[in-house]
Design a protein around this ligand. Structure first.
Ligand code: NI
Length: 255
């Protein structure tokens, strides 16, 4: 059984056939999915999906792209949602200096606010870090975030940075890019990080793994990530499946 630790089933890209996609997941070996929020609307939709389907859990939060849409009232509404039973984390939150869709100072401000909310509620966080490695690490340290749990989603940094995160107690989640031909850096990360700190994810509908690269991504494709990690580490598919399931359940506090 597989745990897709990061899938945006609420995405508009699934509006035309969401029920069919969910049905395919239910018929597959994927038995649990965590659907993070990307903005306020998407957090509401993630929680609704978690209410409707047993195997879907939610996180609520506002992605750095949308940081400029946040205000105190909205943060208060997110806090209220975060108290729901199937909401297991605050996310996805972080910094994105690749697109800079929100000004960097605005991104940082709301990143810290949401980290503080997570600590207040004793929830772990799901972190998005794109080309902002140093600022993300500095802020996570300054906010003392490692005590309540840090998950680096779709990890894309160096092996050296990965080792620093592991030392601080964080988890790394590996997505489709590990299956790409040019994945040398990510392969090195998987080699150097112990299996008990890894999770697997699709980030669907994005980042579709080989051999479906270019198509819309679905949770069922998380098996290709699992397969690749098994190959890199020279262990069985079942071991990776079982351990990443165990890690994600522990991290998100799911029995
Ligand atoms: Ni995502």
């Amino acid at each position: 059984m597989l745990f897709d630790s990061h899938a945006h089933l609420d995405s508009h890209k699934f509006d035309g056939d969401r029920e069919a996609v969910i049905k395919r997941i239910m018929e597959s070996e994927v038995s649990l999915v965590l659907n993070p929020g990307a903005d306020y609307e998407s957090s509401i939709n993630a929680v609704e999906l978690s209410d409707k389907y047993d195997f879907i859990y939610a996180a609520v939060g506002v992605h750095p792209h949308e940081a400029k849409t946040l205000d105190d009232m909205m943060l208060g509404l997110i806090k209220a949602m975060a108290r729901k039973k199937k909401v297991k984390a605050i996310g996805e939150i972080g910094l994105d200096y690749h697109y800079d869709f929100s000004p960097r100072d605005v991104q940082k401000y709301w990143f810290r606010k949401q980290l503080q909310l997570a600590k207040e509620l004793k929830l772990p966080v799901i972190i998005h870090d794109r080309e902002a490695n140093q600022d993300v690490m500095d802020i996570l340290k300054e906010e003392n975030q490692f005590e309540t749990g840090v998950l680096m989603h779709c990890y894309s940094g160096s092996a050296e940075l990965a080792r620093q995160y592991i030392k601080l107690g964080a988890y790394l989640s590996i997505a489709g890019p590990v299956t790409f031909k040019n994945a040398r850096k990510l392969v090195e990360v998987v080699e150097s990080v112990p299996l008990d700190r890894l999770m697997i994810e699709t980030d669907s509908p994005y980042l579709t793994p080989h051999p479906y690269r270019g198509k819309r991504n679905e949770s069922t494709y998380v098996k290709y990530v699992c397969e690749k990690i098994a190959e890199i580490k020279g262990i069985s598919y079942e071991e990776v499946a079982q351990k990443t399931m165990e890690n994600a359940k522990k991290y998100f506090n799911i029995d």
